[in-house]
Design a protein around this ligand. Sequence first.
Ligand code: MN
Length: 204
Amino acid sequence: MNDTSEKEAPDVNRQLAQRLRDARSERGWSLDRTAQETGVSKAMLGQIERGKSSPTVATLWKIATGFRCSLSSFLAPPPASGPAIFRNADAVRARPASDPMLVAPLFPFEPRVGFEWLELTLAPGYTRESEPHAPGVVEHIVVIENSMEVLIEGEWHRLQAGDAVRFAADRPHGYRNSSDEPALCHNLIHYPAMHGQDISPAGA
Ligand code: MN
């Protein structure tokens, strides 16, 4: 897989830098506090805020989880709402630098629906074990192309194209592609605590 996604990087970095600054100021968190909450070093956080670093998907997840936010809010602004929202995966697929996973925020998180819908492309040999998301978070995986494995309750389950699974994602879980071909899946993540949440901060 040649890296031809260079042109995507600046946009992703800008959105990420802005969102991280906003998330910190909404909460009044210093860089020190943010490092504590996310497990990402202060130096790395500073670089990201200055648009000088393209973090891996794993780092992005740590940041999103530390803020109790969706992943997609750091990748793309929510699409303008309306009676219908049309999206194209090719147009929104982005790869944070040096990460062998492509993430297309098909439908970025919106409080009114309480979920984000991602298209994930796992490079051959890709393995990721994920830290638990916030309490109550539920993930759905639908394999679209080729096959992959999902780690649930300590056990890897093989899924073929057309297979789907829903699992509690507030515990350790993971994704793996041990084949020689890229695997493509849809990943719908429901955040019950943020569902219907008003834009105004509700005291927590
Ligand atoms: Mn996850």
